[in-house]
Design a protein around this ligand. Structure first.
Ligand code: PRX
Length: 628
């Protein structure tokens, strides 16, 4: 069948399409209805069906491939490399599930996971799914304030962590940050489970903290039955940034997610059972949830978890893993490829890449030079795909498992099956024609696997995502785009205050709040500007309260962001200024700041209250460039 036919069927008759797709996963009890869309925009898929993510990812494969590798955890930081068969993974997940249960964690309880890329993190996620607990993984690069707001919102019974991660050969402590976050949070978890890697000193809190090694030994032979949950049962919450400073908890279901990932693995990524997939992301991001952990495993495909940089011990490390584990599907981000591009190209040809069929890239715009370079260097198709934390799996892609359609540079491709895409005029809500710029929107119902709601806040879900286009109940991606005459989409950046730094999604408002907390700051604006390597970087403009005391202010502000949000959110520069460009009603004109910082013409500034401010900002930037 052609792509066109499949896509059309998925939109015109979602019941039949997804009813068929659902046959690829295990249902303990069949569902009553494929789709309940009686209360738009809330879509409930496979209602009445009982299933379990962990069963589909692990137990289901035991009979056929129990002795095959399921997971390889590679750390080029600690030089630990360990492969787990499906049987071994099953045993580890059972142990972890037993620890959770013994400590009072049950169905529907939240467990926050704040961990580096080690095997135990995947045991923790799968163990939660096994017993119907809801996990919320927080990216290890986030610091105490980011963590605290997530702890308060998710109110986890237990937190699972490691005492430290490692980056570039240096231990990065996790436990002290977690202790600080718990102190900041008004909600306190009952238990904290710590995987002690022996990388850094830490203090155990009596009565609260548990040692994973001891707990694991106590539950070495545990068998914890799978908790069959309704398809609509929440599997996890994953926090992501938006326009306000408060991160949103993206709430995902169970059955719809399992079906969507199974379809994506077969029809987009073309990974086969018994093969290996290598996704270079982190479990703290959505790509890690879907294509390091659940997607490959549900499909019976082994997965690689990688702790380390793409350059240690050298720029060939990832390709050496492709050779060693006969990786057939690889998934990374454009930034990582741009990093590799600076290395000796010989690293890419040194290894046998014959097992590799396709390299997928997502998370940020894929520029033509990067796409061409990597395609020529490895001689494999490079497939861009566009999606979001909210959707959980690709929205736009060339779906090679259906039809190998031509690629167009700069375009992630065509709407994925299940997504009824529209390109709309922001002001009128009218649908736009070819080559007209508009907001990328998705007509409901969203397909299986997409977010169910904002955790604990249905109203915020409807208001944020479904109420921004005039006169229409339609999902906004908050991305600008255009569509060409062949239906290929091109993504042109966010319509809101979200920026994308090295494929990491960050909210400029959160960074502003952090900078504002410094005692000597009266006002601040943060914008994302273009960066050759990272796609974008954050730049701050801050007005001090006491202008006579600014010698070390920029460094102090960076430190503030580092300690509150994490180094991942640290702006590349914070310029100390005396004024910010504002409209007459007092709104900061971030677009003008961005233009000036990128060295572009800010365009029409007639609505600005004080026309001299931009000239001042330009001077500050120029002066500071001279000093550097
Ligand atoms: O702006 C789009 C950009 O990343 C945003 C979503 O980021 P996140 O929630 O972290 O999910 C990433 C999942 C891959 C989008 O709103 N984005 C993602 N993929 C692409 C992209 N921009 C251009 N091209 C892409 N392929």
């Amino acid at each position: 069948m052609s792509y066109k036919t499949v896509h059309a069927q998925s939109i015109q008759d979602p019941q039949t399409f997804w009813g068929e797709e659902a046959k690829h996963i295990h249902w303990e009890k069949p569902f009553d209805t494929v789709l309940d869309y009686s209360k738009p925009p809330f879509a409930h898929w496979f209602k009445g069906g009982l299933t379990n993510l962990c069963y589909n990812a692990v137990d289901r494969h035991l009979a056929q491939r129990g002795d095959q590798i399921a997971l390889v955890a590679v750390s080029t930081e600690t030089d630990i490399e360990k492969a787990y068969t499906f049987k071994e993974l099953h045993a580890e997940v059972n142990r972890m599930a037993a620890i959770l249960k013994a400590n009072g964690v049950g169905k529907g309880d939240r467990v926050l996971i704040y961990m580096p890329m080690i095997a135990e993190a995947s045991f923790a996620m799968l163990a939660c799914a096994r017993i119907g607990a809801i996990h919320s993984v927080v990216f290890g690069g986030f610091a105490s304030h980011s963590l605290a707001s997530r702890i308060e919102d998710a109110t986890p019974k237990m937190i699972i962590t490691a005492e430290a991660g490692m980056r570039g050969g240096k231990a990065v402590p996790y436990k002290p940050l977690l202790d600080e976050a718990i102190a900041l949070s008004s909600y306190k978890p009952a238990k904290v489970l710590i995987v002690n890697r022996g990388l850094s000193e830490f203090v155990m809190v009596d009565g609260r903290d548990l040692d994973y090694t001891a707990e694991r030994l106590a539950h070495l032979h545990a068998e914890v039955p799978v908790e069959w949950v309704d398809a609509t049962h929440t599997s996890y919450i994953l926090y992501t940034s938006g326009t306000t400073g408060k991160p949103k908890g993206v709430q995902r279901d169970t059955g719809g997610y399992a079906v969507a990932l199974s379809s994506a693995m077969r029809l987009i990524f073309c990974g086969k059972p018994g093969e290996t997939m290598f996704t270079t992301s982190d479990i703290g991001w959505v790509v890690g949830h879907s294509f390091i952990i659940y997607g490959p495993l549900i499909n019976g495909t082994a997965t690689i978890m990688y702790e380390g940089t793409p350059l240690r011990p050298d720029g060939g490390i990832w390709w050496s893993l492709v050779e060693k584990y006969k990786v057939s599907v690889m998934f990374s981000a454009p930034t990582a490829i741009r990093v590799l591009k600076k290395q000796d190209p010989a690293f890419l040809t040194k290894y046998d890449l014959s097992s590799l069929r396709t390299l997928f890239l997502a998370g940020e715009p894929l520029d033509e030079p990067t796409a061409t370079w990597i395609h020529e260097a490895i001689g494999k198709p490079v497939v861009d795909n566009y999606w979001q934390t909210e959707t959980g799996w690709p929205i736009l892609a060339i779906q090679r498992g259906i039809e190998v359609m031509p690629h167009k540079f700069g375009s992630p491709g065509l709407p994925v099956f299940g997504y009824n895409m529209k390109l709309l005029d922001e002001a009128t809500g009218e649908e736009l024609g070819p080559d007209q710029k508009g907001v990328v929107a998705i007509e409901g119902p969203l397909p299986p696997g997409c977010m169910q709601t904002v955790w604990g806040d249905d109203a915020r879900y409807v208001k944020t995502y479904w109420s921004t286009i005039p006169g229409k109940l339609i999902y906004s991606t908050f991305d600008w785009g255009i569509k060409d005459k062949d239906g290929y989409y091109f993504i042109l950046g966010r319509t809101d205050d979200v920026i994308n730094v090295a494929g990491h999604r960050l909210g400029t408002r959160e960074i502003e709040e952090s900078i504002s907390s410094h005692a000597n700051i009266s006002e601040v604006a943060v914008v994302g500007i273009e960066d050759k390597l990272k796609g974008q970087v954050a730049i701050g403009f801050a007005i001090p309260k006491d202008a006579s005391n600014v010698a070390n202010l920029e460094a102090e502000l960076m430190k503030t962001v580092d300690s509150q949000l994490g180094a991942v959110a640290r702006p590349a520069r914070v310029y100390i200024v005396t004024a910010l460009p504002k409209t007459r009603s007092g709104k900061i004109v971030r677009r003008a700041l961005q233009a000036v910082a990128e060295g572009r013409d800010p365009g029409d500034i007639s609505t600005m209250e004080d026309q001299t401010v931009l000239a001042h900002i330009k001077t500050v930037i120029q002066e500071s460039a001279k000093k550097a």
